[in-house]
Design a protein. Structure first.
Length: 134
């Protein structure tokens, strides 16, 4: 994660180890390119998105909301229909309620993706969901 000492790789490794012991098959982006951290930023993002194509779930660590890469991952996870979790400080997964329209980051993400007022996008999505249930 950009802006963290050592790219936050030690925490990625620690969480990866805990999840592996719990029976998860972990695709750890910190292991891409043999753990190197000196390559161009877009290489990491591109490789990360490739990994996501094969994943069923994603886990966000503390500080995810300050990372543009994590915001991209969040959007991709939503589009791909992945289960989305946030790692808590008790070595457990918390279900991440992605589509909480009151969450400031979700509102910002909607605004950036759709280029329309958030409330208009949410109303359109609600209409679409209602049509789907008929």
């Amino acid at each position: 994660m950009t802006g963290y000492k050592d790219g936050n790789y030690p925490e990625f490794k620690r969480v990866s180890d805990v999840l592996s012991k719990q029976g998860w098959t972990v695709l750890n982006p910190a292991e891409n390119f043999g753990g190197r951290s000196d390559l161009p930023y877009d290489w990491y993002i591109r490789e990360d998105l490739k990994l996501m194509a094969f994943a069923e779930a994603i886990v966000f660590l503390d500080g995810w909301d300050l990372s543009k890469g994590c915001l991209l991952e969040l959007h991709a996870a939503w589009v791909l229909g992945m289960s989305i979790y946030k790692w808590n400080n008790y070595d457990e997964l918390d279900t991440f309620v992605f589509f909480d329209p009151e969450h400031r980051l979700i509102r910002a993400l909607i605004d950036r993706v759709f280029y329309k007022p958030v409330d208009e996008v949410l109303a359109n999505m609600k209409e679409y969901e209602d049509e789907d249930s008929d």
